[in-house]
Design a protein around this ligand. Sequence first.
Ligand code: NAD
Length: 254
Amino acid sequence: MALLGAGLEGAGVIVTGAAGGIGEATARALAEAGAQVCALDLPGPALDDLVAALPGRQDHFALPLDLGDTSALDPAVHDAVEHLDRFWGLVHAAAFLQRQSPEEVTEETWDAQLDVNLKATFWLNRAAGELLVARGQGGRIINFTSAAWMTGPMLDSDVYSASKGGVVTMTKGFARRLGAAGITVNAISPGQIETAMQRKQNTPEAMAAVAANCPLGRTGTAAEVAAVAVFLASSHASFVSGATINVSGGLLMY
Ligand SMILES: NC(=O)c1ccc[n+]([C@@H]2O[C@H](COP(=O)([O-])OP(=O)(O)OC[C@H]3O[C@@H](n4cnc5c(N)ncnc54)[C@H](O)[C@@H]3O)[C@@H](O)[C@H]2O)c1
């Protein structure tokens, strides 16, 4: 048994943001560890291509969905779980970032970020938690925050950062509620990771400056974050809950 795969053979995991950088790397890593992956993202060829390329089992499947459509979330999670052999967890990596100065923020851009980053986190955690409790075998919920939850907003990310602060608080709440059922709930806090989101409305100079400040002297890769998600999903992390795991190469130290 692969060290990081412990407990993941045959485990059914819903991964959101699966067509994005960290979500895709996590879906791949979970599939390599033997999990059955339900890959959720906006409809499109990127999602279909990812599912077709997943290693391991042959019954991974796509769940094309706009997480901004709150009323669709509960039915979608229930439907996905019916198609998973053994529902074990949720990795919620999807998020939306729109860099704007506070003066530029509109109700529309506020809602677009809060709906996906925070509201969907609540709806997905609640639905996954209920179904895992009903199954009675424990489970895992892994949310994604950002280093900005602690540092505060950088580069006009005030709205996004506020949503990510909420994710940390919400994760602790679900960890308390679900712990008695053997379900752990944690958040991963990536530093600067090389993905489309990091490059969006950013400059190579600004990214180089952050990398220079990082003790490891570089930007992280999606695979390095995915490895932590797989650890949290595995049996090795059975006594880790309510934590915000710092994966920033030392950029942030706590
Ligand atoms: N990359 C970084 O440096 C970094 C830093 C801190 C935190 N994070 C967090 O890590 C997680 C993964 O980020 P990433 O860098 O892989 O981003 P990414 O932009 O590469 O991927 C995000 C994915 O979310 C999906 N998504 C966005 N809106 C959606 C919606 N309405 N419905 C369904 N799917 C939707 C996108 O289609 C995309 O595939 C996010 O929660 C992000 O906030 C990333």
